[in-house]
Design a protein around this ligand. Structure first.
Ligand SMILES: *Cc1c(COP(=O)(O)O)cnc(C)c1O
Length: 402
């Protein structure tokens, strides 16, 4: 029996692909006293996090911070730019793309869900050529926005966003480009301005290493112009009033003060390390993880090496094995949380998160927990996956030497 007041000795291994572990430095920053959100000191904090997030999104344009989970920022992106019945082209990469599409349906939009047949799309990235083809056929420009997920957290696939931009431009189509990088931001390169993205959506509890509770819209001038004509009802999510008040570091309503302290610290940490180093660190751990999976003789959910995610790895279970039963054993025996299979791949795979505050030994411990648990669950492995991961980590310097 698991009791709420019980936690075993040692740190819980939170290896799900978000929420990711919150570093002590951020936890401490969040424990500062809550201050007056209309006072002078707050304005300094507000301006700092807004300016800092522009660096993380690589944009000169406004970044809006909502006291909401990522789903809120998804909704905000749609209601600020679109009108009832508008056609939007969304690409099915996995469960998060599917949930965003459902949200668009619920808002009264007319999403067209493009994807590869069957569950094949759940092993691949966004197919820019399919988007280009669909846009070329849309001669009347009925499609008002293209929505894609940058890092599909349900499968472990990171799509090529510049390729999507090129496809839209090649078709000469005026639709907006909306990108969810809720789990990609802070883990892998992202360039809101350079890639010509109109609205970028992100959240706090993945690469930014914060608890859940804040989310973001980075918005282009074209998206702001669209918002002047967009007719979907909105109030809490409306950009204009927030952007206006943000000029002095304040919000129209009560912002998430203590999470903003944490965000300020997270921005400092990432910029001190250097974004390129942050991304290289993620790529290195992801490669080690994939080597372990191959050592086990198991398949990686992402079938295209060009779009392997540096954030998480999806591990497919052999036929006849319930991935959630394996996860349960690993959780109960080793205090290690892994991501469940979502939607179409429920029970077929589990996900190992290697994002944010994670280092070589965190990953090795997590892989050891997976290996022990899989053996206990009766999964037939080709061999140990640990040596391949260890050899790779030892041969490619990381940590203090990176
Ligand atoms: C986590 C996640 C979401 C959902 O965010 P919530 O904070 O759970 O609302 C959406 N898209 C992607 C890609 C995610 O990883």
């Amino acid at each position: 029996m698991i009791k709420l007041d019980f936690h075993p000795a040692g740190r819980h291994f939170l290896q799900i692909p978000g929420p990711s572990p919150v570093p002590d430095r951020i936890l401490r920053a969040m424990s500062y006293p809550t201050i007056d959100h209309r006072g002078a000191e707050f304005g300094v904090l507000g301006l700092k996090v807004i300016e800092g997030m522009k660096k993380i999104f690589k944009t000169e344009q406004p970044v809006i911070i909502y006291p909401a989970s990522g789903t809120g920022a998804w909704e905000a992106a749609l209601v600020n730019t679109l009108s009832p019945g508008d056609a939007v082209l969304m690409f099915e990469t996995g469960q998060f793309a599917t949930l965003w599409k459902k949200l668009a349906d619920n808002l009264g939009l007319a999403p067209q869900f493009l994807g590869l047949p069957g569950s094949e799309g759940w092993r691949q990235g966004v197919q820019a050529n399919m988007i280009e083809e669909r846009l070329r056929a849309d001669t009347g420009h009925k499609i008002k926005a293209i929505c894609v997920v940058h890092n599909e957290t349900s499968t472990g696939v990171t799509s090529d966003i510049p390729a999507v931009r090129r496809a839209i431009d090649a078709a000469g189509h005026p639709a907006l480009l909306l990108v969810d990088t809720i789990s990609g931001l802070g883990c892998t390169d992202y360039r809101h301005d350079e890639w010509g993205v109109d609205v970028t959506i992100s959240g706090s509890q993945k690469g930014l290493m914060l608890p859940p509770g804040i989310s973001f819209n980075a918005v282009s001038p074209k998206a702001r112009a669209a918002s002047k004509l967009a007719k979907l009802p909105r109030s809490f999510w409306a950009w204009d009033e927030i952007i206006e008040m943000n000029r002095t570091g304040y919000w129209p309503y009560t912002p998430n003060t203590n999470l903003l302290y944490g965000l300020s610290e997270a921005i400092d940490m990432m910029l001190e390390e250097g974004l390129d180093k942050v991304f290289a660190r993620h790529a290195r751990l992801a490669e080690a993880c994939r080597r372990a999976v191959r050592g086990w003789g198991l398949d990686i959910q992402c079938a295209d090496p060009a779009v392997y995610s540096p954030v998480l790895t999806g591990v497919m279970m052999p036929e006849g094995i319930d991935a959630d039963a394996v996860r349960k054993i690993i959780y109960e025996r080793f205090d290690l949380s892994l991501g469940t299979g979502l939607g179409k791949v429920k029970g077929r795979m589990f996900r190992i998160g290697h994002l944010g505050d994670c280092n070589d030994l965190t990953l090795m411990a997590a892989l050891a927990g997976c290996e022990m648990g899989m053996k206990l669950a009766g999964v037939t492995l080709a061999g140990s996956g640990l040596p391949a991961a260890m050899d790779y980590l030892a041969s490619v310097p990381g940590g203090l030497l990176a």
